[in-house]
Design a protein around this ligand. Structure first.
Ligand SMILES: Cc1ncc(COP(=O)(O)O)c(C=O)c1O
Length: 407
């Protein structure tokens, strides 16, 4: 067992004061969540905003609302490489999945294939994803859709507070959602936010949300205890403790369609107090650390313009799988927070055998084989980044081209 400073791959710090505010808010019930909703509407300049128990719960509601509006359409188009939570949610609500390949250099769609997949007659919506905080090119997707009525559901689970060309992630599509889970841009331990300006979608969502239960008092107290544990154990000098407990499954990616669908609790709304400043503070660190990695010669697998919006995790492509594994092993040994990405493409998820309609993932497979992410969160210091750069220098010595990759 390793007892040493170990960086988590991603963390949005929560303080004990925030937890205390959350506990005090429990008595306020719906007033606490309504106050949080108002600040979100103001910040994102949106008409409809709903707070749920997770990003998955948010996406489930969005899909159900869209299906209510378009009952004859039952296929959802997603990137071939994305968080397993996305296909798990589509599976959960009983819809079919189409995939579109993703380019390793940009983490964005392969547009030649996107054009073809968008012509499917039963398509309910497309879900572009701001993976690792790399903002997807929503205007380009909108242009590719043309005049057809195919709603864009923006998966901004990992990109709260991010922007592209002055537009806020989550608000560029027809409806968007964020995750407030630990390790996201801003966290209330767990949680999800839906935002939309569309009258039709907003009203359909309202009908869905009304039928959803809230957390019980016991569930809120369990969340408060979990928040306290996270506050303590996500610090680099204590992170080795949860990391050494295999049953916690830290860093594991599972396909889990059986998740609860509830409203965000008053405890979590209270925990979010002052979220705008805390989010900006997190983004400030992530931008500064990303820019420093660039100066140290480590190139991100995305277009350079998106760095200024604050990556959640800094994606890097090794020259091949062997170099990726060598980098991960060395990063692990030194406790530098380098992390693997999702273990396979959507196509590789066995449980989806009967739910996948069409699509390719050849380029996405190269992401799985070669990509790792580097930490840029507020606990990362310049010294950590220098040690990461040294690691990459060594990897280049192994025979790779990491940090200078170009296709
Ligand atoms: C891209 C993406 N979409 C959706 C989700 C689901 O969010 P949650 O974990 O809050 O359910 C996640 C969570 O990791 C994610 O990374």
């Amino acid at each position: 067992m390793r007892i040493d400073k170990i960086l988590p791959p991603a963390v949005a710090p929560i303080g004990f004061k925030d937890i205390a505010r959350g506990i005090l808010s429990m008595r306020q019930g719906n007033r606490a969540t309504a106050a949080f909703t108002d600040t979100l509407k103001d910040f994102f300049q949106i008409k409809y905003c709903y707070l749920l128990s997770s990003g998955k719960a948010s996406l489930a509601l969005i899909l159900q609302a869209l299906h209510e509006l378009h009952p004859n359409r039952d296929e959802v188009l997603i990137p071939a490489f994305t968080c397993y939570s996305v296909p798990a949610t589509i599976f959960r609500v009983g819809l079919k999945i189409r995939i579109c390949d993703v380019l390793p250099e940009t983490l964005d769609f392969d547009y030649a294939e996107l054009t073809e997949q968008l012509s499917a007659p039963r398509l309910l919506c497309v879900i572009p994803t701001h993976l690792f905080g790399v903002t997807a090119d929503i205007p380009k997707i909108r242009k590719t859709i043309g005049g057809r009525d195919i709603p864009i559901v923006e998966d901004a689970a990992q990109a709260m507070g991010g922007e592209r060309l002055g537009q806020k992630a989550g608000t560029m599509g027809d409806v968007g959602f964020f995750s407030l889970e630990r390790g996201k841009a801003f966290s209330t331990v767990k949680g999800g936010i839906i935002v939309t300006n569309s009258e039709a979608i907003g009203q359909a969502l309202q009908r869905q949300v009304e039928a959803i239960p809230a957390n019980s008092l016991a569930e809120q107290l369990a969340l408060a205890m979990y928040a306290a544990a996270l506050t303590v154990f996500s610090r680099p000098w204590l992170y080795w403790i949860p990391r050494s407990l295999p049953f916690l499954g830290l860093g594991e990616t599972l396909f889990e369609p059986d998740f609860p669908i509830k409203r965000l609790s008053a405890f979590q709304a209270g925990l979010a107090a002052g979220w705008q400043n805390r989010l900006q503070e997190n983004i400030h660190h992530r931008v500064k650390n990303s820019e420093y990695l660039v100066r140290l010669g480590i190139q991100a697998a995305c277009s350079p313009e998106v760095l200024s919006s604050g990556l959640l995790r800094y994606p890097v492509l090794a020259s091949d799988h062997a170099e990726k594994m060598a980098l991960l092993q060395e990063s692990d040994r030194l406790g530098l927070g380098g992390a693997d990405v999702y273990p396979g493409t959507v196509e590789a998820i066995a449980a989806l055998k009967n739910s996948l309609v069409d699509g390719t993932s050849q380029k996405a497979r190269s992401i799985v084989a070669r990509m790792i992410t580097l930490p840029v969160h507020p606990y990362v210091t310049d010294r950590h980044l220098h040690r990461i750069a040294e690691l990459f220098g060594k990897a280049a010595g192994i025979g790779g081209t990491c940090g200078e990759y170009s296709e």
